[in-house]
Design a binder for this molecule. Sequence first.
Ligand SMILES: *[C@@H]1O[C@H](CO)[C@@H](O)[C@H](O)[C@H]1NC(C)=O
Ligand SMILES: *[C@@H]1O[C@H](CO)[C@@H](O)[C@H](O)[C@H]1NC(C)=O
Ligand SMILES: *[C@@H]1O[C@H](CO)[C@@H](O)[C@H](O)[C@H]1NC(C)=O
Ligand SMILES: *[C@@H]1O[C@H](CO)[C@@H](O)[C@H](O)[C@H]1NC(C)=O
Ligand SMILES: *[C@@H]1O[C@H](CO)[C@@H](O)[C@H](O)[C@H]1NC(C)=O
Ligand SMILES: *[C@@H]1O[C@H](CO)[C@@H](O)[C@H](O)[C@H]1NC(C)=O
Ligand SMILES: *[C@@H]1O[C@H](CO)[C@@H](O)[C@H](O)[C@H]1NC(C)=O
Ligand SMILES: *[C@@H]1O[C@H](CO)[C@@H](O)[C@H](O)[C@H]1NC(C)=O
Length: 438
Amino acid sequence: MFFKDIFAAALLATQATATIYYAGVAESSGEFGVYTHDLLIWVGAGASKTVGTGLPGTFGVDYKFINESAIDVYVDQNHVNLFRVAFLLERMCPVATGLGASFNETHYGFFVDAINYITTTKGAYAILDPHNYMRYNDPSQQPSTGSIIGDTTDSKAATTAQFAEFWGELAGRLKDNEKVIFGLNNEVLIQMQVKKYKKLILQAPRHGHESDPRQRPSSHKCHPSSRSKPAVGLPPLPRSKIEDAQLLTFPKSIIAPGNGYTGGHSWTQNYTGNSPASSAVLGNLTDPVNNTAFDIHEYLDSDFSGSHANCSQSGPTNLAPLTAWLKTTGFKAMITEFGGSNSTGCAGYITGLVNYMAQNEEYIGWTAWAAGPLWGSSSPCCGGGNAWGSLEPGSLAADGSPGFYATVWEKDVQPLVPVELQWSGVSSVRGGNLTSRV
Ligand SMILES: *[C@@H]1O[C@H](CO)[C@@H](O)[C@H](O)[C@H]1NC(C)=O
Ligand SMILES: *[C@@H]1O[C@H](CO)[C@@H](O)[C@H](O)[C@H]1NC(C)=O
Ligand SMILES: *[C@@H]1O[C@H](CO)[C@@H](O)[C@H](O)[C@H]1NC(C)=O
Ligand SMILES: *[C@@H]1O[C@H](CO)[C@@H](O)[C@H](O)[C@H]1NC(C)=O
Ligand SMILES: *[C@@H]1O[C@H](CO)[C@@H](O)[C@H](O)[C@H]1NC(C)=O
Ligand SMILES: *[C@@H]1O[C@H](CO)[C@@H](O)[C@H](O)[C@H]1NC(C)=O
Ligand SMILES: *[C@@H]1O[C@H](CO)[C@@H](O)[C@H](O)[C@H]1NC(C)=O
Ligand SMILES: *[C@@H]1O[C@H](CO)[C@@H](O)[C@H](O)[C@H]1NC(C)=O
Protein backbone atom coordinates (compact mmCIF):
# COMPACT_ATOMS: atom_id res chain seq x y z
CA MET A 1 0.00 0.00 0.00
CA PHE A 2 2.76 2.34 1.02
CA PHE A 3 4.57 1.99 -2.27
CA LYS A 4 1.38 2.11 -4.20
CA ASP A 5 0.46 5.40 -2.53
CA ILE A 6 3.83 6.88 -3.27
CA PHE A 7 3.49 5.78 -6.85
CA ALA A 8 0.01 7.29 -7.10
CA ALA A 9 1.26 10.56 -5.60
CA ALA A 10 4.15 10.66 -8.04
CA LEU A 11 1.81 10.01 -10.91
CA LEU A 12 -0.50 12.79 -9.77
CA ALA A 13 2.41 15.16 -9.50
CA THR A 14 3.41 14.34 -13.05
CA GLN A 15 -0.07 14.75 -14.36
CA ALA A 16 -0.52 18.07 -12.63
CA THR A 17 2.18 19.67 -14.77
CA ALA A 18 1.77 17.61 -17.94
CA THR A 19 -0.82 19.14 -20.25
CA ILE A 20 -1.92 18.54 -23.80
CA TYR A 21 -3.11 21.92 -25.07
CA TYR A 22 -3.72 20.99 -28.69
CA ALA A 23 -5.08 17.72 -30.12
CA GLY A 24 -6.52 16.66 -33.43
CA VAL A 25 -5.73 15.27 -36.86
CA ALA A 26 -3.58 15.95 -39.86
CA GLU A 27 -5.59 17.12 -42.87
CA SER A 28 -3.78 15.51 -45.77
CA SER A 29 -4.89 15.98 -49.40
CA GLY A 30 -3.56 19.47 -50.16
CA GLU A 31 -0.25 17.87 -51.16
CA PHE A 32 -1.90 15.29 -53.45
CA GLY A 33 -1.66 14.96 -57.20
CA VAL A 34 2.02 15.27 -58.00
CA TYR A 35 2.74 11.57 -57.83
CA THR A 36 0.87 8.38 -57.19
CA HIS A 37 2.17 5.38 -55.35
CA ASP A 38 1.44 2.06 -56.98
CA LEU A 39 -1.04 1.19 -54.26
CA LEU A 40 -1.86 4.76 -53.34
CA ILE A 41 -0.36 3.98 -49.96
CA TRP A 42 3.11 3.74 -48.54
CA VAL A 43 4.41 0.27 -49.22
CA GLY A 44 8.03 0.76 -48.35
CA ALA A 45 11.19 1.82 -50.09
CA GLY A 46 10.60 -0.33 -53.16
CA ALA A 47 7.36 1.35 -54.07
CA SER A 48 7.24 2.51 -57.63
CA LYS A 49 5.66 5.86 -58.17
CA THR A 50 4.09 7.47 -61.17
CA VAL A 51 4.48 11.14 -61.87
CA GLY A 52 1.16 12.81 -61.37
CA THR A 53 -0.35 15.45 -63.57
CA GLY A 54 -1.36 17.67 -60.73
CA LEU A 55 1.09 20.58 -60.88
CA PRO A 56 -0.46 23.09 -60.56
CA GLY A 57 -3.42 20.73 -60.73
CA THR A 58 -7.09 21.33 -60.33
CA PHE A 59 -8.36 22.30 -56.90
CA GLY A 60 -11.03 19.86 -55.74
CA VAL A 61 -9.87 17.20 -58.17
CA ASP A 62 -6.12 16.68 -57.79
CA TYR A 63 -5.92 18.19 -54.34
CA LYS A 64 -8.12 19.79 -51.71
CA PHE A 65 -7.37 21.05 -48.22
CA ILE A 66 -10.40 20.19 -46.09
CA ASN A 67 -14.00 19.09 -46.24
CA GLU A 68 -15.72 21.65 -44.01
CA SER A 69 -18.29 19.06 -42.88
CA ALA A 70 -15.46 16.84 -41.63
CA ILE A 71 -13.96 19.75 -39.69
CA ASP A 72 -17.44 20.31 -38.20
CA VAL A 73 -17.55 16.69 -37.04
CA TYR A 74 -14.10 16.89 -35.46
CA VAL A 75 -14.71 20.21 -33.70
CA ASP A 76 -18.41 20.05 -32.80
CA GLN A 77 -18.73 16.36 -31.98
CA ASN A 78 -15.21 15.23 -31.17
CA HIS A 79 -14.07 18.50 -29.56
CA VAL A 80 -10.60 18.52 -31.02
CA ASN A 81 -8.84 21.85 -31.53
CA LEU A 82 -5.92 21.20 -33.89
CA PHE A 83 -5.61 20.48 -37.62
CA ARG A 84 -2.35 20.17 -39.51
CA VAL A 85 -3.09 21.33 -43.04
CA ALA A 86 -0.72 20.06 -45.75
CA PHE A 87 0.08 22.06 -48.86
CA LEU A 88 2.77 22.04 -51.54
CA LEU A 89 5.31 24.82 -51.88
CA GLU A 90 5.35 24.37 -55.67
CA ARG A 91 1.67 25.25 -55.86
CA MET A 92 1.89 28.19 -53.46
CA CYS A 93 5.04 29.50 -55.12
CA PRO A 94 4.99 28.25 -58.74
CA VAL A 95 8.36 27.06 -60.00
CA ALA A 96 8.17 29.65 -62.78
CA THR A 97 8.51 32.48 -60.25
CA GLY A 98 10.42 30.53 -57.61
CA LEU A 99 10.18 30.04 -53.89
CA GLY A 100 9.67 33.34 -52.14
CA ALA A 101 7.11 36.05 -51.58
CA SER A 102 5.29 35.73 -54.93
CA PHE A 103 2.32 33.49 -54.35
CA ASN A 104 -0.18 32.01 -56.75
CA GLU A 105 -3.03 34.12 -55.38
CA THR A 106 -5.74 31.76 -56.61
CA HIS A 107 -4.09 28.88 -54.82
CA TYR A 108 -3.42 30.94 -51.71
CA GLY A 109 -7.12 31.86 -51.72
CA PHE A 110 -8.12 28.19 -51.52
CA PHE A 111 -5.60 27.57 -48.77
CA VAL A 112 -6.50 30.56 -46.64
CA ASP A 113 -10.19 29.71 -46.94
CA ALA A 114 -9.42 26.37 -45.29
CA ILE A 115 -7.26 27.97 -42.59
CA ASN A 116 -9.91 30.61 -41.89
CA TYR A 117 -12.62 27.98 -41.67
CA ILE A 118 -10.65 26.03 -39.06
CA THR A 119 -9.49 29.03 -37.04
CA THR A 120 -12.05 31.81 -37.45
CA THR A 121 -15.24 29.88 -38.12
CA LYS A 122 -14.58 26.89 -35.85
CA GLY A 123 -12.23 28.44 -33.29
CA ALA A 124 -9.60 25.70 -33.57
CA TYR A 125 -5.86 25.97 -34.28
CA ALA A 126 -4.18 25.20 -37.60
CA ILE A 127 -0.63 24.06 -38.30
CA LEU A 128 0.52 25.35 -41.69
CA ASP A 129 2.36 22.35 -43.16
CA PRO A 130 4.46 22.80 -46.29
CA HIS A 131 4.60 19.08 -47.04
CA ASN A 132 7.89 19.31 -48.89
CA TYR A 133 10.63 17.37 -47.06
CA MET A 134 12.65 20.60 -47.19
CA ARG A 135 12.77 20.32 -50.97
CA TYR A 136 11.50 22.57 -53.71
CA ASN A 137 11.01 22.49 -57.49
CA ASP A 138 10.26 18.85 -58.39
CA PRO A 139 7.78 17.11 -56.13
CA SER A 140 7.12 14.31 -58.65
CA GLN A 141 8.72 11.53 -56.59
CA GLN A 142 8.82 13.02 -53.12
CA PRO A 143 10.51 12.62 -50.74
CA SER A 144 13.34 11.68 -53.07
CA THR A 145 12.99 14.41 -55.71
CA GLY A 146 13.25 18.15 -55.53
CA SER A 147 16.38 20.13 -54.82
CA ILE A 148 17.12 20.54 -51.15
CA ILE A 149 16.40 24.05 -49.97
CA GLY A 150 19.68 25.67 -49.01
CA ASP A 151 21.91 23.19 -50.89
CA THR A 152 24.60 25.50 -52.21
CA THR A 153 26.07 22.72 -54.36
CA ASP A 154 22.84 22.42 -56.39
CA SER A 155 22.28 25.25 -58.85
CA LYS A 156 18.59 24.42 -59.04
CA ALA A 157 18.10 24.62 -55.30
CA ALA A 158 16.14 27.41 -53.66
CA THR A 159 18.14 29.28 -51.05
CA THR A 160 17.50 29.55 -47.37
CA ALA A 161 16.89 33.27 -47.97
CA GLN A 162 14.08 32.36 -50.36
CA PHE A 163 12.71 30.01 -47.73
CA ALA A 164 12.79 32.85 -45.22
CA GLU A 165 11.08 35.11 -47.76
CA PHE A 166 8.35 32.56 -48.26
CA TRP A 167 7.72 32.18 -44.54
CA GLY A 168 7.97 35.89 -43.94
CA GLU A 169 5.29 36.47 -46.55
CA LEU A 170 2.97 33.75 -45.25
CA ALA A 171 3.45 34.79 -41.63
CA GLY A 172 2.87 38.43 -42.58
CA ARG A 173 -0.39 37.64 -44.35
CA LEU A 174 -1.64 35.76 -41.31
CA LYS A 175 -0.23 38.09 -38.69
CA ASP A 176 -3.65 38.90 -37.26
CA ASN A 177 -4.62 35.25 -36.89
CA GLU A 178 -3.41 34.11 -33.50
CA LYS A 179 -4.51 30.54 -34.11
CA VAL A 180 -1.94 29.50 -36.66
CA ILE A 181 1.18 27.50 -35.91
CA PHE A 182 4.07 27.54 -38.37
CA GLY A 183 5.18 24.00 -39.24
CA LEU A 184 8.46 24.83 -40.92
CA ASN A 185 8.54 21.81 -43.20
CA ASN A 186 7.48 18.20 -43.29
CA GLU A 187 10.14 15.61 -42.51
CA VAL A 188 13.59 16.94 -43.12
CA LEU A 189 15.80 13.97 -43.84
CA ILE A 190 18.83 15.65 -45.18
CA GLN A 191 21.81 15.80 -42.93
CA MET A 192 23.36 18.91 -44.45
CA GLN A 193 20.12 20.75 -43.95
CA VAL A 194 20.07 20.08 -40.26
CA LYS A 195 23.50 21.61 -39.87
CA LYS A 196 22.32 24.92 -41.29
CA TYR A 197 19.03 24.69 -39.65
CA LYS A 198 19.62 26.32 -36.33
CA LYS A 199 21.40 29.23 -37.95
CA LEU A 200 18.80 30.08 -40.49
CA ILE A 201 15.54 28.39 -40.72
CA LEU A 202 14.04 29.03 -37.38
CA GLN A 203 14.18 32.75 -37.90
CA ALA A 204 12.29 32.64 -41.16
CA PRO A 205 8.69 32.91 -40.00
CA ARG A 206 9.57 35.62 -37.56
CA HIS A 207 10.90 37.85 -40.29
CA GLY A 208 9.26 39.77 -42.99
CA HIS A 209 6.18 41.72 -43.65
CA GLU A 210 4.34 41.98 -46.90
CA SER A 211 4.87 45.70 -47.12
CA ASP A 212 8.52 45.70 -46.13
CA PRO A 213 10.63 45.49 -49.28
CA ARG A 214 13.81 44.92 -47.29
CA GLN A 215 12.58 41.45 -46.53
CA ARG A 216 12.14 40.54 -50.15
CA PRO A 217 15.33 41.03 -52.12
CA SER A 218 14.25 40.88 -55.74
CA SER A 219 17.29 38.85 -56.70
CA HIS A 220 15.75 35.89 -54.98
CA LYS A 221 12.62 35.94 -57.06
CA CYS A 222 13.88 34.32 -60.17
CA HIS A 223 13.39 31.30 -62.29
CA PRO A 224 15.68 28.44 -61.28
CA SER A 225 17.17 28.38 -64.77
CA SER A 226 18.20 32.01 -64.49
CA ARG A 227 20.33 31.17 -61.48
CA SER A 228 23.18 29.67 -63.39
CA LYS A 229 25.71 29.90 -60.58
CA PRO A 230 25.32 27.97 -57.40
CA ALA A 231 24.82 30.23 -54.43
CA VAL A 232 27.97 30.63 -52.42
CA GLY A 233 27.78 30.12 -48.69
CA LEU A 234 24.77 30.82 -46.60
CA PRO A 235 22.87 33.97 -47.45
CA PRO A 236 22.71 35.94 -44.22
CA LEU A 237 19.34 36.87 -42.88
CA PRO A 238 18.90 40.54 -42.08
CA ARG A 239 19.46 41.13 -38.41
CA SER A 240 19.29 44.87 -37.77
CA LYS A 241 17.76 46.07 -34.54
CA ILE A 242 14.60 47.12 -36.33
CA GLU A 243 14.25 43.72 -37.81
CA ASP A 244 14.90 42.11 -34.48
CA ALA A 245 11.92 44.10 -33.25
CA GLN A 246 9.95 42.76 -36.17
CA LEU A 247 10.75 39.25 -35.06
CA LEU A 248 8.41 39.87 -32.23
CA THR A 249 5.63 40.76 -34.62
CA PHE A 250 4.81 37.12 -35.08
CA PRO A 251 4.92 35.54 -31.66
CA LYS A 252 2.92 32.49 -32.68
CA SER A 253 4.44 29.13 -32.16
CA ILE A 254 6.72 27.41 -34.58
CA ILE A 255 7.19 23.69 -34.78
CA ALA A 256 10.51 22.60 -36.21
CA PRO A 257 11.39 19.16 -37.57
CA GLY A 258 14.65 17.28 -37.01
CA ASN A 259 16.71 14.93 -39.12
CA GLY A 260 15.72 11.42 -40.22
CA TYR A 261 12.07 12.07 -41.11
CA THR A 262 11.92 13.82 -37.73
CA GLY A 263 11.53 10.47 -35.99
CA GLY A 264 11.15 10.62 -32.22
CA HIS A 265 12.74 7.21 -31.61
CA SER A 266 15.89 8.18 -33.55
CA TRP A 267 16.22 11.74 -32.22
CA THR A 268 19.36 10.93 -30.26
CA GLN A 269 20.70 8.21 -32.59
CA ASN A 270 23.56 8.69 -35.01
CA TYR A 271 23.87 6.27 -37.91
CA THR A 272 24.30 6.39 -41.67
CA GLY A 273 21.22 8.11 -43.02
CA ASN A 274 20.55 9.80 -39.69
CA SER A 275 23.75 11.69 -39.11
CA PRO A 276 24.09 13.93 -37.27
CA ALA A 277 21.50 12.97 -34.73
CA SER A 278 18.93 15.72 -34.27
CA SER A 279 19.93 15.93 -30.62
CA ALA A 280 23.52 16.70 -31.60
CA VAL A 281 22.64 19.84 -33.52
CA LEU A 282 19.31 21.21 -32.39
CA GLY A 283 19.83 21.62 -28.66
CA ASN A 284 21.20 25.12 -28.99
CA LEU A 285 18.46 26.38 -31.26
CA THR A 286 17.41 29.83 -30.14
CA ASP A 287 14.16 31.53 -30.83
CA PRO A 288 13.91 35.26 -30.04
CA VAL A 289 10.43 34.83 -28.64
CA ASN A 290 10.97 31.41 -27.06
CA ASN A 291 7.99 29.90 -28.80
CA THR A 292 9.38 26.92 -30.69
CA ALA A 293 8.62 23.27 -30.13
CA PHE A 294 9.96 20.29 -32.04
CA ASP A 295 7.75 18.57 -34.57
CA ILE A 296 8.02 14.81 -34.06
CA HIS A 297 6.72 11.90 -36.13
CA GLU A 298 6.39 8.48 -34.55
CA TYR A 299 4.85 5.40 -36.10
CA LEU A 300 4.42 2.20 -34.21
CA ASP A 301 5.20 -0.54 -36.76
CA SER A 302 8.42 -2.54 -37.01
CA ASP A 303 10.43 0.02 -39.02
CA PHE A 304 8.60 3.17 -37.83
CA SER A 305 7.38 3.82 -41.38
CA GLY A 306 3.64 3.52 -40.84
CA SER A 307 3.44 1.12 -43.77
CA HIS A 308 2.62 -2.07 -41.85
CA ALA A 309 -0.66 -3.11 -40.28
CA ASN A 310 0.99 -4.70 -37.25
CA CYS A 311 2.27 -2.58 -34.40
CA SER A 312 5.38 -3.66 -32.51
CA GLN A 313 7.18 -0.49 -31.42
CA SER A 314 6.44 0.91 -27.99
CA GLY A 315 6.06 4.68 -28.02
CA PRO A 316 6.94 5.17 -24.34
CA THR A 317 10.10 3.04 -24.60
CA ASN A 318 11.27 4.52 -27.88
CA LEU A 319 10.54 8.12 -26.95
CA ALA A 320 12.30 7.99 -23.58
CA PRO A 321 15.66 9.32 -24.90
CA LEU A 322 13.89 12.16 -26.75
CA THR A 323 11.90 13.01 -23.63
CA ALA A 324 15.06 13.09 -21.54
CA TRP A 325 16.71 15.36 -24.12
CA LEU A 326 13.70 17.69 -24.11
CA LYS A 327 13.88 17.83 -20.34
CA THR A 328 17.56 18.76 -20.46
CA THR A 329 17.22 21.36 -23.20
CA GLY A 330 13.92 22.80 -22.00
CA PHE A 331 12.15 22.36 -25.34
CA LYS A 332 8.61 21.11 -25.87
CA ALA A 333 7.39 18.80 -28.63
CA MET A 334 4.29 17.99 -30.63
CA ILE A 335 3.84 14.64 -32.32
CA THR A 336 2.20 15.65 -35.57
CA GLU A 337 2.22 12.23 -37.22
CA PHE A 338 1.51 8.93 -35.55
CA GLY A 339 -0.88 6.12 -36.22
CA GLY A 340 -1.64 2.47 -36.14
CA SER A 341 -4.09 0.21 -37.88
CA ASN A 342 -7.24 -1.44 -36.60
CA SER A 343 -5.31 -4.67 -35.94
CA THR A 344 -6.21 -5.91 -32.50
CA GLY A 345 -2.58 -5.59 -31.41
CA CYS A 346 -2.33 -1.92 -32.36
CA ALA A 347 -4.87 -0.47 -29.93
CA GLY A 348 -2.55 -0.81 -26.94
CA TYR A 349 0.35 0.76 -28.82
CA ILE A 350 -1.77 3.70 -29.94
CA THR A 351 -3.22 4.37 -26.51
CA GLY A 352 0.23 3.83 -24.99
CA LEU A 353 1.66 6.61 -27.14
CA VAL A 354 -1.21 9.07 -26.60
CA ASN A 355 -1.20 8.45 -22.84
CA TYR A 356 2.57 8.88 -22.74
CA MET A 357 2.21 12.35 -24.28
CA ALA A 358 -0.49 13.21 -21.75
CA GLN A 359 1.73 12.15 -18.85
CA ASN A 360 4.92 13.91 -19.87
CA GLU A 361 5.04 17.67 -19.72
CA GLU A 362 7.45 17.87 -22.64
CA TYR A 363 4.56 17.10 -24.99
CA ILE A 364 2.03 19.86 -25.62
CA GLY A 365 0.02 18.57 -28.55
CA TRP A 366 -0.55 16.02 -31.27
CA THR A 367 -2.21 15.32 -34.60
CA ALA A 368 -2.92 11.77 -35.76
CA TRP A 369 -2.14 10.84 -39.38
CA ALA A 370 -4.48 11.33 -41.21
CA ALA A 371 -7.85 12.65 -42.19
CA GLY A 372 -8.44 14.59 -45.39
CA PRO A 373 -11.04 14.87 -48.13
CA LEU A 374 -9.40 12.85 -50.91
CA TRP A 375 -8.26 9.62 -49.26
CA GLY A 376 -11.28 7.62 -50.33
CA SER A 377 -10.79 4.05 -49.09
CA SER A 378 -6.98 4.34 -49.15
CA SER A 379 -5.17 4.24 -45.82
CA PRO A 380 -2.85 7.17 -45.03
CA CYS A 381 -0.82 4.88 -42.83
CA CYS A 382 -0.73 1.51 -41.33
CA GLY A 383 -2.97 -0.33 -43.76
CA GLY A 384 -0.26 -2.81 -44.73
CA GLY A 385 -1.24 -2.55 -48.38
CA ASN A 386 -4.97 -2.78 -47.67
CA ALA A 387 -7.43 -0.02 -48.45
CA TRP A 388 -9.00 0.17 -45.00
CA GLY A 389 -9.92 3.84 -45.07
CA SER A 390 -8.68 6.98 -43.32
CA LEU A 391 -9.47 9.13 -40.29
CA GLU A 392 -11.88 11.24 -42.37
CA PRO A 393 -15.39 11.07 -40.85
CA GLY A 394 -17.54 8.68 -42.84
CA SER A 395 -14.47 6.90 -44.21
CA LEU A 396 -15.09 3.41 -45.57
CA ALA A 397 -12.76 0.55 -46.47
CA ALA A 398 -12.70 -0.64 -50.10
CA ASP A 399 -15.16 -3.41 -49.26
CA GLY A 400 -17.61 -0.89 -47.84
CA SER A 401 -16.97 -1.81 -44.21
CA PRO A 402 -16.12 0.92 -41.66
CA GLY A 403 -12.82 2.73 -42.27
CA PHE A 404 -10.16 3.90 -39.82
CA TYR A 405 -12.34 6.79 -38.63
CA ALA A 406 -14.62 4.23 -36.97
CA THR A 407 -12.12 1.44 -36.37
CA VAL A 408 -9.14 3.49 -35.13
CA TRP A 409 -10.10 7.10 -34.35
CA GLU A 410 -13.43 6.52 -32.61
CA LYS A 411 -12.33 3.31 -30.95
CA ASP A 412 -8.80 4.11 -29.78
CA VAL A 413 -7.99 7.81 -30.07
CA GLN A 414 -11.19 9.76 -29.42
CA PRO A 415 -11.55 8.47 -25.82
CA LEU A 416 -8.12 10.01 -25.10
CA VAL A 417 -8.83 13.51 -26.42
CA PRO A 418 -8.48 15.73 -23.33
CA VAL A 419 -11.81 17.22 -22.24
CA GLU A 420 -10.14 20.57 -21.75
CA LEU A 421 -8.02 22.10 -24.49
CA GLN A 422 -6.99 25.63 -25.42
CA TRP A 423 -9.75 27.38 -27.38
CA SER A 424 -8.60 30.97 -27.21
CA GLY A 425 -5.47 33.06 -27.28
CA VAL A 426 -2.30 32.94 -29.31
CA SER A 427 -0.76 29.57 -30.10
CA SER A 428 2.04 29.03 -27.63
CA VAL A 429 4.42 26.30 -26.58
CA ARG A 430 3.59 27.35 -23.05
CA GLY A 431 -0.07 26.70 -23.74
CA GLY A 432 -2.97 28.92 -22.81
CA ASN A 433 -6.18 28.75 -20.83
CA LEU A 434 -7.92 25.42 -20.93
CA THR A 435 -11.64 25.14 -21.44
CA SER A 436 -14.10 22.41 -22.25
CA ARG A 437 -16.20 22.40 -25.40
CA VAL A 438 -18.65 19.82 -24.12
C1 LIG B 1 -17.85 16.09 -46.93
O1 LIG B 1 -18.17 15.39 -45.75
C2 LIG B 1 -19.54 15.08 -45.64
C3 LIG B 1 -19.77 14.53 -44.26
O2 LIG B 1 -18.91 13.44 -44.00
C4 LIG B 1 -19.94 14.13 -46.74
O3 LIG B 1 -21.30 13.82 -46.66
C5 LIG B 1 -19.63 14.77 -48.07
O4 LIG B 1 -19.85 13.85 -49.10
C6 LIG B 1 -18.19 15.25 -48.14
N1 LIG B 1 -17.99 16.02 -49.33
C7 LIG B 1 -17.07 15.74 -50.21
C8 LIG B 1 -17.01 16.62 -51.40
O5 LIG B 1 -16.29 14.81 -50.07
C1 LIG C 1 -2.48 29.09 -59.90
O1 LIG C 1 -3.46 28.33 -59.26
C2 LIG C 1 -4.61 28.11 -60.07
C3 LIG C 1 -5.61 27.39 -59.21
O2 LIG C 1 -5.12 26.14 -58.80
C4 LIG C 1 -4.22 27.35 -61.31
O3 LIG C 1 -5.36 27.18 -62.13
C5 LIG C 1 -3.15 28.10 -62.05
O4 LIG C 1 -2.71 27.34 -63.18
C6 LIG C 1 -1.98 28.37 -61.14
N1 LIG C 1 -0.99 29.17 -61.81
C7 LIG C 1 0.30 28.82 -61.83
C8 LIG C 1 1.20 29.73 -62.54
O5 LIG C 1 0.73 27.81 -61.30
C1 LIG D 1 27.73 9.31 -36.86
O1 LIG D 1 27.50 8.32 -37.85
C2 LIG D 1 28.25 8.54 -39.02
C3 LIG D 1 27.75 7.54 -40.03
O2 LIG D 1 27.79 6.25 -39.52
C4 LIG D 1 29.73 8.42 -38.71
O3 LIG D 1 30.49 8.66 -39.87
C5 LIG D 1 30.09 9.45 -37.66
O4 LIG D 1 31.42 9.28 -37.26
C6 LIG D 1 29.19 9.32 -36.44
N1 LIG D 1 29.43 10.45 -35.55
C7 LIG D 1 29.48 10.33 -34.24
C8 LIG D 1 29.69 11.60 -33.48
O5 LIG D 1 29.41 9.25 -33.68
C1 LIG E 1 25.40 23.55 -27.41
O1 LIG E 1 26.63 23.96 -27.96
C2 LIG E 1 27.74 23.68 -27.12
C3 LIG E 1 28.97 24.30 -27.75
O2 LIG E 1 29.04 23.96 -29.11
C4 LIG E 1 27.86 22.17 -26.93
O3 LIG E 1 28.95 21.87 -26.09
C5 LIG E 1 26.58 21.65 -26.32
O4 LIG E 1 26.63 20.25 -26.25
C6 LIG E 1 25.40 22.06 -27.16
N1 LIG E 1 24.19 21.69 -26.44
C7 LIG E 1 23.25 20.93 -26.98
C8 LIG E 1 22.09 20.62 -26.09
O5 LIG E 1 23.29 20.50 -28.11
C1 LIG F 1 13.75 33.67 -23.85
O1 LIG F 1 14.39 32.86 -22.88
C2 LIG F 1 15.66 33.36 -22.49
C3 LIG F 1 16.30 32.33 -21.61
O2 LIG F 1 15.42 31.92 -20.60
C4 LIG F 1 15.48 34.71 -21.83
O3 LIG F 1 16.72 35.24 -21.47
C5 LIG F 1 14.78 35.66 -22.79
O4 LIG F 1 14.49 36.89 -22.16
C6 LIG F 1 13.49 35.06 -23.31
N1 LIG F 1 12.95 35.93 -24.36
C7 LIG F 1 11.65 36.29 -24.39
C8 LIG F 1 11.25 37.18 -25.54
O5 LIG F 1 10.84 35.92 -23.56
C1 LIG G 1 0.62 -9.49 -37.37
O1 LIG G 1 0.18 -9.85 -36.07
C2 LIG G 1 -0.64 -11.00 -36.07
C3 LIG G 1 -1.17 -11.17 -34.67
O2 LIG G 1 -0.14 -11.05 -33.72
C4 LIG G 1 0.18 -12.21 -36.53
O3 LIG G 1 -0.63 -13.33 -36.58
C5 LIG G 1 0.70 -11.90 -37.93
O4 LIG G 1 1.56 -12.96 -38.33
C6 LIG G 1 1.47 -10.60 -37.96
N1 LIG G 1 1.80 -10.28 -39.33
C7 LIG G 1 3.02 -9.92 -39.69
C8 LIG G 1 3.21 -9.61 -41.14
O5 LIG G 1 3.94 -9.83 -38.91
C1 LIG H 1 -9.77 -3.60 -40.17
O1 LIG H 1 -10.72 -2.95 -40.98
C2 LIG H 1 -10.99 -3.63 -42.20
C3 LIG H 1 -11.99 -2.77 -42.94
O2 LIG H 1 -13.13 -2.56 -42.18
C4 LIG H 1 -11.50 -5.03 -41.93
O3 LIG H 1 -11.65 -5.68 -43.17
C5 LIG H 1 -10.51 -5.78 -41.07
O4 LIG H 1 -11.02 -7.03 -40.74
C6 LIG H 1 -10.24 -5.00 -39.81
N1 LIG H 1 -9.22 -5.67 -39.03
C7 LIG H 1 -9.45 -6.10 -37.79
C8 LIG H 1 -8.35 -6.80 -37.11
O5 LIG H 1 -10.52 -5.89 -37.24
C1 LIG I 1 -6.38 33.29 -19.39
O1 LIG I 1 -7.57 33.84 -18.87
C2 LIG I 1 -7.33 34.97 -18.02
C3 LIG I 1 -8.67 35.36 -17.41
O2 LIG I 1 -9.65 35.42 -18.39
C4 LIG I 1 -6.73 36.09 -18.84
O3 LIG I 1 -6.44 37.19 -18.03
C5 LIG I 1 -5.41 35.59 -19.44
O4 LIG I 1 -4.88 36.58 -20.28
C6 LIG I 1 -5.64 34.33 -20.24
N1 LIG I 1 -4.35 33.79 -20.63
C7 LIG I 1 -4.09 33.44 -21.89
C8 LIG I 1 -2.72 32.90 -22.12
O5 LIG I 1 -4.90 33.52 -22.79
